[in-house]
Structure formats: structure tokens, C-alpha cells
Design a protein around this ligand. Structure first.
Ligand SMILES: Nc1ncnc2c1ncn2[C@@H]1O[C@H](COP(=O)(O)OP(=O)(O)OP(=O)(O)O)[C@@H](O)[C@H]1O
Length: 249
């Protein structure tokens, strides 16, 4: 099987305290269609830097990133966002507060088009959005609500829907349930897992929650000081127990 994404010897160097520091230090990773890869690592291990490098929010110092065999290393964030979507930890990122839920969904559905074109034809899209949100208790009947009026959990569910409404080549989940209360976090995690399976999405999920790391996904990597120090394939991941991970933290 061909990888969707290939990260080849990715290095990100910063100048800190009068010295060069590799915050990504030779990352090699192949992401295959349908992979759901859990990414673990202590604070400062380089997880966000890796996601930034994948989205183009931050350019690599050296190394390459290929998406479906195309070298995207020098493509900017806007170009890559047509194919790669990301859900952040902060519910306020990723949604427009002064727009309704339906308008936000419309913007996301037309990712890649100029903004003035993206907000046209709201009315004819409403039935589709109603269908899309109807079995989600948190967003049912909320299509005309301004996003700033939503709770953190509702807003994060919306961010997730926006990230997947136009099937991305790669979905990045950046501790996307970490800021929510335990029940809401569980609901969003269950929705995430269901949608990833139903739509056969390819995904990378950063988490600090070890039980989530064991329960979800088919592969797992651990980052430390900018390097991948553990890379479990599907078979090894299936046998994984929470206590096996403790030695890495
Ligand atoms: N622009 C920058 N300037 C200086 N240091 C940086 C910069 N960006 C990241 N770092 C440092 O690089 C290291 C990796 O940061 P990164 O945010 O990727 O870690 P992380 O694994 O996502 O951590 P966390 O779990 O806390 O979110 C950290 O030591 C961080 O302080």
C-alpha cells in the first residue's frame, strides 16, 4: 500500500539560549490510508511542532514531506488546508464566533474557494446540515445559533464537523478533547472514532490521555526530544496496555 503522507528526515532547528536546538530531530514517518495514529509525548517533545510542519504553519529546516507522492514541503498553509484539516485543543480556534453554526459549516464545506463564494447558497444547504447534525444531541436544532453562544463542547464538536465535512486526506487532532469536561470529552471522542471508521479517514491524534491512547487508533508513536522513540504497528498496538506506556513518561 502506498502511504498518503511520507515524512522524510524532518528537522526543525531553532536558536535558543545561544545555541541551535533541533526541536524536530530527524522524524521519519509513513502514514497509510485509514491509519489512525495516536501521538504521545511529554510536554515539549515536539508534537505541536510536528503538526505545524505537516500543515505548513511552520516550515521545516530540512527534510521533506510528501502527500500522495507530491512534495509539499514548500507549499504554504492555505494550499495544504484543502487537503489537511486540524482540530485544535482550544474550542475558540477553528470556528468563526460571529457566524452561525450553519455558516461555519458552509465555510468548511467550501474550503479552498475564496471566502465571498464560500458563503453563498446557505438556504439550499440547510437540509444537508440538518441531516449532518441531527443525531448529535449537542448540535441538533442549533444551526442558526451564533457560534459564540455555544458551549465549549458544542463548539469543539462543530470544529470537528468542520474538519471532516469535506473529507480531508489527513485529519490532525491536536488534543481536541483535552479542554472539555470528562463526559463531553468522552462524547466527542466516541464521535471522532465513529466518524473516522465510517468515513475511513486517515488521522493523527495527539493526546496526553494514556487510556485514550490505548483504546483508540491502530498505530501509536511516542515522541521525545524531537525524535520518534516508539512506533507501534497495528499488531503491537492491539496488545498494548496502559502500564506499558508509563515508562515513557
Ligand atoms: N518558536 C519557538 N521558539 C523557541 N522554542 C520553541 C518554539 N517552538 C517550540 N519551541 C520549543 O520546542 C519544543 C517543542 O515544542 P512543542 O510545542 O512542539 O512541544 P509539544 O510536544 O507539543 O508540547 P506540549 O505537550 O506542551 O504541547 C519545546 O521545548 C518548545 O519550548
Amino acid at each position: 500500500m502506498k502511504p498518503i503522507m511520507e515524512i522524510d528526515n524532518a528537522v526543525k532547528t531553532i536558536y535558543n539560549d545561544n545555541e541551535n536546538l533541533n526541536i524536530l530531530d530527524g522524524i521519519n514517518l509513513k502514514i497509510y490510508p485509514g491509519d489512525f495514529i495516536v501521538v504521545l509525548g511529554t510536554n515539549g517533545a515536539g508534537k505541536s511542532t510536528l503538526l505545524d510542519a505537516i500543515t505548513g504553519a511552520n516550515q521545516l529546516s530540512s527534510g521533506k514531506i510528501l502527500l500522495n507522492d507530491e512534495d509539499i514541503t514548500n507549499k504554504n498553509l492555505a494550499k495544504r488546508s484543502q487537503f489537511i484539516s486540524r482540530v485544535y485543543q482550544d474550542p475558540k480556534l477553528g470556528t468563526s464566533p460571529r457566524m452561525t453554526v450553519a455558516e461555519n459549516l458552509l465555510l468548511a464545506q467550501r474550503r479552498g474557494l475564496p471566502r465571498r463564494l464560500r458563503l453563498r447558497h446557505l438556504k439550499e444547504n440547510l437540509p444537508k446540515f440538518e441531516d449532518f447534525t441531527s443525531d448529535l444531541p449537542t448540535l441538533d436544532n442549533r444551526l442558526n445559533t451564533f457560534t459564540e453562544k455555544l458551549s465549549g463542547g458544542q463548539r469543539q464538536t462543530l470544529s470537528f464537523l468542520m474538519a471532516i465535512i469535506q473529507k480531508p486526506e489527513l485529519l490532525l487532532l491536536d488534543e481536541h478533547t483535552a479542554a472539555l469536561d470528562p463526559q463531553t470529552s468522552q462524547e466527542l471522542m466516541d464521535l471522532t472514532d465513529k466518524v473516522i471508521k465510517e468515513k475511513n479517514l486517515t488521522s493523527l491524534m495527539v493526546t496526553h490521555n494514556l487510556s485514550e491512547a490505548v483504546k483508540y487508533g491502530n498505530r501509536l508513536i511516542v515522541l521525545k526530544k524531537g525524535q520518534i522513540i516508539l512506533d507501534l504497528d497495528t499488531e503491537a498496538k492491539a496488545k498494548l496496555k496502559e502500564k506499558d506506556l508509563l515508562e515513557y513518561f
